[in-house]
Ligand binder design. Sequence first.
Ligand SMILES: [Fe+2]
Length: 165
Amino acid sequence: MDPSYEIVQVFDEKDIKALNRCWELNEHRRRNQDQYYNLFFCDHRYPSSTDKVYQERLQKLVDHLGDWNANKHYLLEYGVGGYARLHHDDPVVGKTMVTLLKDTDLKGGATLIEMKGHDRQLDIVDLNVGDTVIYGHDVHHAVSVVREGIRRVHIGWMKPNKQKK
Ligand SMILES: [Fe+2]
């Protein structure tokens, strides 16, 4: 596998079900914009810091990395026409963890990652529901345009607790 990213299993079926339920319960905590930085035509939802079900799952991501914390995190859905243009994440972030929660009738909406040491050579990341892909903030990535169906993910921007500077 290309060393620009790794795919890990942090969540079980029950966790994925719980995170999808969090999506449904947080319709009132949403931001739906034509463009939000590098994301286009996506629906973001932000569960509360007091949402125990959500926070327990977030903790699983943190535990996977060890001495890290979740700097920013949210649920994100790409509908038809939604995409992420090619970009890399904010350097304040150490690693990004993206978990596929739902891909009902999805056509398009592929995760694309630039291969390390191969300028502008893109790899399509094959994600199954429940998989989490991890990559560094400096790795270029994109999501191709969703042509049909939906692509729902959880995004975690993870930061090491002790910054080496
Ligand atoms: Fe990104």
